[in-house]
Write a protein that binds this ligand. Sequence first.
Ligand SMILES: Cc1cc2nc3c(=O)[nH]c(=O)nc-3n(C[C@H](O)[C@H](O)[C@H](O)COP(=O)(O)OP(=O)(O)OC[C@H]3O[C@@H](n4cnc5c(N)ncnc54)[C@H](O)[C@@H]3O)c2cc1C
Length: 522
Amino acid sequence: MSVPHIEIKAGAAGPGRIVILGAGPTGLGAAYRLKELGYSDFRMYDRNPYLGGLAHSFVDDAGFTWDIGGHVMFSHYKYYDEVFDRLMGDEYTLNDRESWVRMMDRWVPYPFQNNIRHLPPQVTYECLSGLIKAQNGKGKVPSPAAATNFGEFIDAVFGDGIARHFMRPYNFKVWAHPPEMMNKQWIGERVAVIDVDRAVKNVVLGTDDFGWGPNNRFKFPLRGGTGEFYHRFDRVLKGSYDLNTRVLAIDVDEKTVTFEGGRTERYGTLVSTMPVDVLLRNVLVSKRGTIPASIRNTAQRLRHSSGFMVGIGIRRPCPSTKSWMYFPDDNCPFYRVTYLSNYSPFMTPEPYREVEPGKDGFPDDGPRRNGRFYSLLCETSASEFKPVNEATIVEDTIQGLINAGLMTEDERADIVSTWLYKAEYSYPTPSVDRDEILSEVIPWLESHGVYSRGRFGMWKYEVANTDHSLMQGVELVNRLLLGEKETTIGVVYKVTEDGRNAADHERSVVAGSGEKRLAANA
Ligand SMILES: Cc1cc2nc3c(=O)[nH]c(=O)nc-3n(C[C@H](O)[C@H](O)[C@H](O)COP(=O)(O)OP(=O)(O)OC[C@H]3O[C@@H](n4cnc5c(N)ncnc54)[C@H](O)[C@@H]3O)c2cc1C
């Protein structure tokens, strides 16, 4: 497959040979854009035997397809959409986002804070009362602006009740870090904030706010799971990358990359998408002592969580139309479960067929999909603050599904497949000092020709989804070859007196991608 070529307006020096470390969405975005610009002096490497990184999908022996955690594609970019269309054509499904919270043995539609009427009356009262106090500046923390971390932000915005019953327990399960260790800047569009009047109205009038509908649909590859999109980059990039190729060392003085097996390659510019703490701890070397200990040590202060992805394949028709569900309670290890088989008929050993309720012997309120199998993908986070027993996580997950009311005890007999994947690096924690750390580390790397980008290359959760990651790669190439500014990473570049590019990290004053109020004040 060819891509349209665009004329390069880069200066005379140019980036030289570009080596891309990692073939996840970020590396693929960079390589795709280089191809599109007709720049052939590059090569991409990945230690895995496949393209896609954390966005890869696996097919197990029973024929179930699994993603590394529920991947939902909500694109923020026209460019990303166009790449998707070019590679996927019409081979995708369009799904309604139907998300729920499961707690206290009941279902609460998401966003939780707008639907608290579904909770027991005492809990509804505590949530509403705390919310009103908080919003009137009478809570523990007087205002979101006064909050110095995510924990305080939760108290300031949602009040004591919602914090205690949902926000704090749920967020600890997701992040595996106390919210006091996290900053408030990443929130942006990631945490639905609150309209008090709407919350009160829904309780008093008994109405619901569903966060889904025609405007909230997401695309999903028809076959092969999320990873299929990224595997298809091979159609454009064939011959420009090597898999099964681990990078062991990068010499910042000699500008060489050393691979497992001893082979070395020179580069002019290095794009790294591996975790930046690992890069500085284990991979970057200098015989001349170029790398300051302070830079190496500072990067080690970045925090992350690991994730256990457990897939449960069941020989039964799917009992639900839900997309995914959140679990704040401690009766189950996971924070999120996805009905993955609802995303496409081809995620299970046999495809299902859509049926019309009330016809062909199907009840009005029964299953809408006639298939013999369905699948649940369950995600559990782990860290030093939240240890998880790898040996028992599959059984703990099954028991959790039963405790939470998603499966019955006798359904155990219908489990035909279990799948486990551990992501050592799953969520980049937006810790309170993250932006300061990045503001030291990223510019230093760049001044030595190393551009660290992507979910763990840039460590910004708020711009670490597949679309953001791919665009971080694209925008970096646009900067290197066309002199354009990168926007996604939130780093603004100024030309300094000595003519070199310097990075000014704006995240410490301006919050994540959606926080318009703070952005306006900055
Ligand atoms: C649990 C979970 C849920 C997610 N949900 C969503 C979602 O709903 N929607 C969404 O859009 N995104 C989601 N994502 C995010 C998505 O997976 C990432 O945005 C994306 O994979 C990041 O791409 P990347 O290229 O930056 O990093 P990665 O995908 O991590 O790729 C980095 C690559 O570098 C390679 N590498 C590392 N070290 C070396 C080495 N020494 N030598 C050679 N190669 C190396 C790795 O093998 C890897 O392939 C989710 C991620 C997780 C973990």
